[in-house]
Design a binder for this molecule. Structure first.
Ligand code: FAD
Length: 471
């Protein structure tokens, strides 16, 4: 072992100091620790990662450098352009003294291939790698049916998942203790570029994110069931951006929920239990992606639905993207996405259903557009959500049950508060007409509806009947 030997922690979607098993174990290795982050904008681009998410990552990495410096751990942040640059960078780090590599497993196909290559490089150099599976709370492959099969339906998956949680609880790793100060000789790398600040609405301090999560569990989780479907209310946790890049972990969320809602988290239909269910959905889609890796190639989970020939009208797609469909709830939602990089879950379901079942556009177009805009873009959750809405996925909404966007709007934004917030052109429309303002004389100020929902619905049924027996 060289005098310059160190343990390398490769950070990716685990940009945190608390509950970071890879970092924690590296600090136990007895060697000095160097943390590494490699920005790969060309690969990010290929995955359609939103600029706002890229900025959020870059800002978080800079902040993490300060948080790790307090533990005497240098964080080397390299600009690497593409995953293909990673093996060469690893070779250089091995030459510089990287003796052991620590990291967390990723579930996407290209990331897994990249990590296999890196493991081979370390093995060939006689060095060891330690990968920890922590992205999902229960590692993929660990929640199986009685016959050892992968659950393809959420409810039985959740039942087994909850039984496991009751049995084992979740383990969170403490923040490592500061290491002795040490100077290491490291090669000069191309330094990671700064972001453009577009994600400034999100603080990047880890303690801030933990506090937001603690406050949600303490003050708001109890009301989650009652409030979560109303986009005008701040009824959900707004933690998805932090969870997506790992500023906090789902394990920490569950631990905190169990502390703050000790009597409720396991009580069916309580706010806390319903919030926990959302974290189980997060796990479910991770498990599905690991078991069905072809999903990453945007294949439909229900293979027959790949036979549908979607009309894919480009002008209708543009109207949807820009929030100019003439359906107020859809337009307000799309403007929320375009302006903030985030969209409320109820609205994600409404606009996804509208794109596929009212505009007859392939769900993959919407999936990609979401990725290119979302600060919390996550392949498994996004693909799962889109395939659910399009009735092509696991446990999907039945194809013949089609959201009526106007009724959805009346139910979930009854006073039009959210619509008016996002669509100033409708500010003066009375409550009663806000969901469908077109018959009013002033409707001219707002775009005409691009489709007729009742006709569009029938056409959707026809499209599905080309591949499925009518129900
Ligand atoms: P909360 O309601 O407070 O939920 C807590 C956490 O649970 C979320 O932060 C998220 O990590 C997880 N979660 C909640 N709902 C789901 C779900 N249905 N599936 C998986 N995880 C969930 N979520 C993403 O994180 N990234 C995406 O790219 C994404 N794309 C979606 C696309 C569509 C079409 C749909 C219908 C849903 C999508 N979701 C996605 C799920 C969900 O809409 C967001 O997680 C949620 O709106 C984030 O807000 P929140 O943090 O306030 O959530």
């Amino acid at each position: 072992m060289s005098n310059n030997a160190f343990s390398l922690v490769w950070l990716r979607n685990d940009l945190r100091v608390y509950d970071n098993q890879a970092l924690f174990e590296a600090c136990q290795s007895g060697l000095p620790v160097v943390a590494l982050f490699i920005a790969t904008p060309d690969s990010w681009q290929q995955h359609f990662m939103a600029p706002v998410k890229q900025d959020f990552i870059r800002r978080r990495v800079v902040q993490l450098q300060t948080e790790l410096a307090a533990l005497n751990i240098p964080l080397v942040a390299i600009e690497g352009s593409h995953y293909s640059a990673v093996p060469e960078l690893m070779q250089q780090l091995i030459k510089a003294g990287a003796e052991l590599l620590y990291g967390h497993t990723e579930y996407e196909l290209r990331e897994r291939a990249r990590d296999r290559k890196v493991s081979d490089i370390f093995a060939k150099a006689g060095k060891a790698c330690f990968w920890f599976d922590r992205k999902a709370v229960m590692p993929p492959g660990s929640i199986l049916s009685k016959t050892g099969g992968i659950y393809q339906i959420f409810t039985p998956f959740k039942k087994t998942w909850l039984a496991r949680l009751r049995e084992t609880g979740v383990r969170c790793f403490p923040k490592p203790k500061a290491l002795p100060e040490i100077k290491l000789q490291l090669p000069e790398f191309s330094v990671m570029q700064q972001g453009d600040g577009s994600s400034a609405a999100y603080a990047v301090d880890e303690l801030h994110a933990l506090e937001q999560m603690r406050q949600f569990c303490r003050d708001k989780a109890a009301f989650y069931q009652a409030e979560r479907d109303f986009p005008a209310l701040a009824g959900t946790s707004s933690l998805s951006a932090y969870l997506a890049i790992g500023v906090i972990s789902a394990q920490q969320c569950i631990n905190r929920l169990q502390m703050e809602a000790a009597n409720d988290w396991d009580k069916e239909k309580s706010g806390a239990a319903v919030w926990l269910s959302e974290l189980v959905w997060r796990d479910f889609y991770h498990h599905i992606l690991m078991a069905f890796p072809e999903l990453i190639k945007h294949k439909a989970f229900q293979k027959d639905t790949d036979g549908i020939v979607w009309p894919n009208d480009a002008a209708l797609f543009q109207a949807w993207c820009q929030g100019k469909t003439g359906y107020p709830i859809v337009d307000a939602a799309m403007r929320q996405l375009n302006q903030t990089g985030w969209m409320h879950n109820r609205l994600r379901m409404i606009v996804a259903s509208f794109l596929v079942k009212d505009l007859h556009i392939d769900w993959r177009w919407g999936e990609q557009y979401f990725m290119s805009k979302l600060i919390d873009g996550d392949f498994a959750a996004n693909n799962g959500g889109w395939q659910w809405a399009a009735s092509t996925g696991t446990d999907a909404a039945p194809y013949f049950r089609i959201f009526n966007p106007v009724t959805q709007s009346e139910r979930f934004d009854p006073d039009g508060v959210f619509i008016k917030r996002m669509l100033p052109e409708l500010a003066d429309i009375p409550k009663k007409q806000i969901h469908w303002p077109h018959p009013l004389p002033m409707w001219n100020e707002y775009v005409k509806p691009v489709v007729d929902h009742s006709k569009a619905r029938l056409k959707t049924l026809e499209l599905f009947h080309t591949v499925k027996k009518p129900q």
